[in-house]
Ligand binder design. Structure first.
Ligand code: HEM
Length: 186
């Protein structure tokens, strides 16, 4: 994955737990790079090892860490560094989710080595849709749930996400039902 993913994880840990904790996590993960270059591609294993080490060091479950990181990714990393991409992709939570299938194609224009996830949407009612997620990578479903939560917070809606079909139901595919209301919570 591009270095900006590991960099964002580092920022989250340093901000929330301090730089010393990050050093422990990085060493425990066996990652020797002390600086990640945003636009360099790193082996996916680095990211998985860093998440596993963070779980061990802070005694958290991987699902919780990935969920928090998804939320952080939208509200901090994307909002601060890639605001133009977010703004161009929708003015409401609904618009943004419906645009997700094309989102990473736009990201690929500036990151040609991206191996992106795939999304598809079925609108099944007012403020209710099924989001299909397909990936070549394992174990990132809680990250997606955190990303959706981050988007809900960004657009000031209350949203609930439930998993309809887990990856084990079919290769590389997870379906989520997302339900929300437009009541401002901000
Ligand atoms: C401006 C914001 C965003 C940027 C720049 C961005 C970029 C990236 C990058 C660089 C990766 C790592 C993949 C690689 O390097 O090959 C990635 C992965 C991923 N992105 Fe985004 N992304 C953004 C927003 C989002 C949003 C809003 C979602 C919403 C659901 C999302 C879903 C994912 C998922 C699930 C992955 C994990 C990869 C996988 O499942 O295979 N991203 N993205």
């Amino acid at each position: 994955m591009y270095g900006l993913v590991n960099k964002a994880l580092q920022e989250m840990v340093e901000k929330q737990l301090g730089p010393a904790t990050w050093e422990v996590v990085r060493k425990q993960a066996g990652v020797t790079d002390d600086v990640f270059i945003s636009m360099d591609a790193y082996p996916d294993e680095f990211t998985y090892q860093l998440v596993a080490a963070l779980c061990e060091v802070t005694n958290q479950k991987p699902d919780d860490v990935l969920h928090k990181f998804g939320r952080y990714w939208v509200l901090d990393t994307a909002a601060h560094h890639y605001g133009h991409l977010l703004n161009a992709s929708g003015r409401t939570f609904r618009e943004f989710l419906l645009a997700l299938p094309n989102f990473h194609a736009r990201v690929s224009l500036i990151m040609p080595r991206l191996i992106p996830p795939e999304f598809a949407c079925d609108e099944i009612g007012d403020n209710r849709l099924v989001l299909h997620y397909r990936s070549t990578r394992e174990g990132l479903v809680p990250f997606v749930v955190g990303l959706i939560q981050g988007l809900a917070d960004l657009f000031h809606v209350e949203a609930q996400t439930c998993i309809l079909a887990a990856r084990s139901d079919g290769p590389h595919h997870t379906a989520f039902e997302v339900v929300w209301n437009d009541r401002s919570i901000g």
